[in-house]
Design a protein around this ligand. Structure first.
Ligand code: SAM
Length: 278
């Protein structure tokens, strides 16, 4: 395997800057630079894109993104201990890496990056779904970003791409399918990380659609889906009781049986029902 850059190996960086992994920060580092370059490639061509990376840590994926030619990278890292290691990478790639020491939940990517933007991250598991929901659940579509290439626990990745009728199908599957094309592009065993997490991980690539797959008001749809899945084993006529007059007529008009449970209702049917609720 050839080196992707002439910076020191990540084990050396971690030792030099004392970056022992902290569980409270969701720190499971990727130390194999060939693997991080492969994750960067899963995001597609980066040369024309600004990239947002959340949680660069010691910078393995950051180095992959820069070596793969990202136009500019904005790396948002909450743990200030990582800053000197990231500064070394910024020096190696002049003018292409900006590091912000902050909570990614407080950052507006459009304030720092120019379109087109891709998001690529080995996310801290404790904020991964919250960030994803914020990136997907925006009032205007298309969003600020072109694609998201994100590491999740395998179980969360399966929820994102789940089809109706499967156990993993739920709110996240619907939000994802409504506005993106999403695929699991890579599976990683726990040993790929230092320290190894308890669970397997997967990289999911989500490409923003130009327009949502079916028309619906975003707020009405997300409220409806939240309500329907709040008790996923309940029949739709029970979980949506009191939501609207003529509930059973509207369910029928959307092609949904009153006895159906949310887990078998398709995205198209949810959107049809959402349109009848405005
Ligand atoms: N990208 C690195 C890699 O692949 O080796 C580190 C990934 S590690 C799973 C998650 C990183 O996110 C850690 O560096 C952690 O400090 C950082 N982090 C955790 N919570 C964060 C937050 N709210 N905002 C920004 N960074 C965060």
């Amino acid at each position: 395997m050839s080196a992707i850059d002439t910076l020191p190996p990540l084990r050396q960086v971690i030792a030099e800057y004392g970056l022992s992994a902290r569980k409270s920060m969701g720190q499971n580092f990727l130390l194999d630079l060939n693997l991080t370059a492969k994750i960067a490639r899963a995001a597609g061509d980066l040369t024309e894109f600004d990239v947002l990376e959340v949680g660069p840590g010691p910078g393995g994926l950051t180095r992959g993104l820069l070596a793969e030619g990202a136009r500019r990278v904005l790396a948002v890292e909450k743990d200030a201990r990582c800053l000197p290691a990231l500064a070394q990478i910024a020096d190696h790639y002049p003018g292409r890496l900006k590091v912000i020491n902050d909570d990614a939940l407080d950052i507006d990517m459009a304030e720092h990056l120019n379109a087109p933007i891709k998001v690529v991250a080995n996310l801290p598991y404790n904020v991964g779904t919250e960030l994803l929901t914020r990136w997907l659940d925006v009032p205007q579509w298309p969003p600020q970003w072109t694609s998201l290439t994100l590491m999740f626990q395998r179980e969360v990745a399966e929820r994102l791409v789940a089809q109706p009728g499967s156990k993993a199908y739920g709110r996240l599957s619907i939000l994802t399918a409504w506005r993106t094309d999403a695929r699991i592009v890579m599976d990683l065993p726990p040993e790929a990380f230092t320290p190894p997490p308890k669970v397997r991980s997967s990289v999911v690539h989500l490409k923003a659609l130009d327009a949502p797959r079916f028309p619906a008001n975003p707020k009405v749809l997300t409220d409806l889906v939240a309500r329907a899945f709040n008790q996923r084993r309940k029949m739709m006529r029970a979980s949506l009781k009191g939501l609207t007059n003529d509930l059973e007529d509207k369910l029928a008009a959307a092609g949904i049986k009153p006895t159906d449970r949310a887990e078998v209702v398709t995205l198209e049917q949810f959107c049809a029902l959402a349109r009848l609720l405005v």
